[in-house]
Write a protein that binds this ligand. Structure first.
Ligand code: ADP
Length: 262
């Protein structure tokens, strides 16, 4: 049989170890929180000097007659480096925000997915045309998700820009939307270079890129998928990826469907 004293001892041990775990977790949690706060503060502090540099350079470049010809190249280099840093700071700021706060869900709205995705596709169509890539979509109407439209646009534009970036001329990029139960699945598919199976678990890591030697395209620092995943998580969603080298990649985003909107 099971004695009463034994039972109490088990319960007390349970409570004790729960309390100890809580106590020992605290400092770790605290420093994690502090680190995130630091990232947020640092990003804010970096933004203002960058804006000053950017505007000063722009003012000078608008008056080329006042610049010594030898300095024009340097100014262009400063302008492009400033743009790159501004984008990096914006990205880090966004990541810090998704880390610290569980986004302001009260600001969420019902978003018609077809409109959001068609807008993005229209925006990226010229880029696809220039590269000779077919960009197509099959998006049913009346599919709504709840969330922050700016962030969700960012999520899908990161996936679509990657698909265009890593697909050679003559390829196809397609977007599909499927509604299943209380979920909406958006897939961004390409017939591009693909991702090696050992790299698939790494693609969502911050600053991870398959080809580190390749020079950074504008904004390409290996944060795009980390940001996309962070946004999906703040929307109670998830991104999964299937890929085969030389065949193509398919990124699938799972979001919560809005069951009905009036
Ligand atoms: P980047 O700025 O380098 O595109 P991302 O975080 O968006 O950063 O992507 C990380 C890496 O994952 C890329 O550098 C690339 O190696 C790989 N990758 C992402 N999307 C694709 C894709 N559609 N096809 C092939 N490789 C991809």
């Amino acid at each position: 049989g099971f004695s009463c004293g034994g039972l109490i001892a088990v319960i007390l041990t349970g409570i004790g170890s729960w309390w100890l775990t809580r106590q020992s977790l605290k400092p770790v949690e605290q420093s994690f929180q502090q680190l995130k706060q630091f990232t947020a503060d640092a990003s804010h502090e970096l933004r203002s000097p960058l804006t000053v540099v950017k505007t000063s350079v722009e003012v000078m470049m608008n008056h080329p007659e006042r610049i010594h010809p030898n300095d024009e190249k340097k100014l262009k280099a400063i302008a492009s480096a400033t743009n790159q840093m501004t984008r990096l700071v914006e990205d880090l700021l966004l990541l810090a925000r998704t880390d610290t706060t569980q986004t302001l869900t009260f600001k969420w709205v019902s978003i018609p997915l077809d409109e959001l995705l068609e807008d993005l596709i229209d925006l990226l169509q010229p880029q696809a045309d220039v590269k000779g890539i077919i960009l197509k979509s099959e998006i049913p109407e009346e599919v709504f998700v709840k969330g922050n439209p700016v962030e969700l646009k960012r999520l899908f534009s990161n996936l679509l820009e990657n698909a265009l970036q890593y697909t050679p001329t003559g390829g196809t990029v397609s977007v599909g939307v499927v509604r299943r139960d209380r979920f909406v699945f958006v897939s961004v598919n390409d017939t591009g270079i693909g991702i090696a199976s050992e790299d698939i678990p790494l693609v969502f890591n911050r600053f991870w890129r398959a080809d580190k030697a390749r020079s950074h395209r504008e904004g390409g620092l290996g944060l795009g998928l980390a940001i996309a995943a962070a946004i999906a998580h703040t929307h109670s969603g998830e991104i999964t990826v299937k890929s085969q080298v030389g065949v193509g990649s398919s990124f699938q985003v799972r979001l919560l469907a809005v069951l009905k909107t009036y």
